[in-house]
Design a protein around this ligand. Structure first.
Ligand code: NIG
Ligand code: FE
Length: 411
């Protein structure tokens, strides 16, 4: 007797080999059996084993629980005022240079209690989950002091401890120079390397270290210093690179064996081939390029260079206020030219690799974690076909049903 069987599914395991369509591995009328939080059986519905709980999906799409490889979901405050100014024509980097932007979220986040931050983060995590997301990368970066960065990472880890989502964390002390240290950037980088990073590493709160390496943020030399210090402590590395300018961050990530380079609207050819060579995943962030009204990166360049592509929400108050990962996949197809299959792999197995999750996350395979999401559509390819608003009809995390939505097909 298994714990749970989902049957009558149009399954995409995302665990195949070969072309993108073969990796997607669609199987109409499939069933998945779950025991002890793991997938233990996959096969035709007619042959499904007995289980204590059986759900008939009536042809609905079933995928691995989606993986969001890039979020900043622990923050307080609103940036609607700034959004209104920006949509009226003011520039993101100019507002940031005047002490708005990231710094304004830092002020609101520091003023919130840890309990308030957790409640906000949990609400956002549940909103992601309602879209079929079961695993998420969460960055700090709105505290920018040792104590407040530790607080954000504790909140992120608590989301996993309380069973909301599977979480991997990145310390992003180098997100911006904090308001009280404006004009003292060298001192701030010293603090990140000499105080914040050691404290975070010793507390065991970060799986990786991230740096915002760009025009208006941190330089290539500063990024190298921080990421080398991270590696010396055994942490994985990733970075925000090429959002506005390619400062050489992609090549640095390749040299350091980074998990992912994220944004990449402005990456040059040398950076692309270095990433391909080293197997660094490109994380594309449609919410940010849309909100900043930027030209999308061209998927064909990444494809031609052999760089694997993932898609994230970039969930943050400044440049990407969204929890709709399927919408981001839909925009990556329409704006960047990803294929439907690439976009689906980009929010599952490739996203899991970018985020640094254990083998099997982002795939449906025997022995892998039973993280699954069903959607009220009849074909998994309808995820990026739907232009936003698609919720999951059933979400399973580590074998337990954690969310249910409307079951009726909408497309
Ligand atoms: O990923 N690029 C840097 N960080 C965020 C924006 C953060 C903010 O504006 O609050 C991003 O787009
Ligand atoms: Fe980001």
């Amino acid at each position: 007797m298994l714990d749970l069987v989902l049957k009558g599914a149009h399954l995409a395991t995302c665990d195949g080999a070969g072309s993108a369509a073969e990796q997607l591995d669609r199987r109409p009328d499939a069933a998945v059996g779950v025991e002890g939080g793991r997938v233990v059986w996959i096969g035709p519905s007619a042959e499904a084993p007995a289980a204590r709980e059986v759900r008939e999906l009536e042809g609905a799409a079933l995928l691995p629980g989606l993986v969001d490889p890039h979020t900043h979901l622990v923050f307080a405050g609103s940036r609607v005022e700034e959004f209104t100014r920006r949509m009226g024509g003011e520039d993101y980097r100019t507002i940031a240079a005047e002490g708005g932007g990231i710094a304004s979220t830092v002020r609101a986040t520091r003023a919130a209690s840890e309990e308030q931050l957790f409640a906000l983060a949990k609400a956002r995590a549940e909103a992601l989950r309602a879209r079929g997301v079961t695993s998420v990368e969460v960055k700090s970066g709105y505290g920018l002091t040792t104590e407040s960065e530790l607080r954000l990472l504790r909140v992120a880890r608590r989301l996993e401890a309380e069973g909301v989502l599977r979480v991997t964390t990145s310390f992003l002390g180098a997100h911006a120079v904090p308001p009280e240290k404006r004009g003292e950037r060298a001192r701030y980088v010293d603090e990140v390397v000499g105080e914040q990073l050691p404290a975070v590493a010793e507390a065991g709160l970060a799986d990786a270290v991230d740096v915002y390496c760009d025009d208006g943020a941190f330089t290539l030399e500063e990024t190298r210093r921080i990421l080398e210090a991270a590696k010396a402590r055994g942490l994985k590395v990733r970075a925000h690179v090429g959002q506005f300018a390619d400062l050489g961050g992609p090549a640095l990530l390749a040299e350091l064996g980074g998990l992912s380079g994220d944004h990449l609207e402005a990456i040059d050819e040398a950076g692309l081939s270095a990433m391909a060579e080293a197997g660094v995943v490109a994380v594309l962030l449609p919410g940010a390029w849309r909100t900043l009204r930027q030209e999308a990166p061209r998927a064909e360049r990444f494809r031609a260079a052999g760089v694997p592509m993932a898609v994230g929400t970039d969930l943050n108050p400044g440049t990407s206020p969204t929890t709709d990962l399927p919408l981001c996949a839909a925009l990556a197809v329409r704006d960047a030219g990803m294929t439907v299959e690439e976009a689906l792999l980009g929010v599952t197995r490739v996203a899991a690799r970018a985020a640094g999750f254990e083998e099997g996350v982002g795939r449906v395979r025997v022995g892998g974690p039973a993280d699954l999401a069903a959607f009220p559509v009849q074909d998994p390819r309808a995820l990026p076909y739907a232009l936003g608003g698609l919720g999951a009809s059933l979400v399973v995390r580590a074998g337990a049903i954690v969310a249910e939505g409307p079951p009726a097909p909408v497309f």
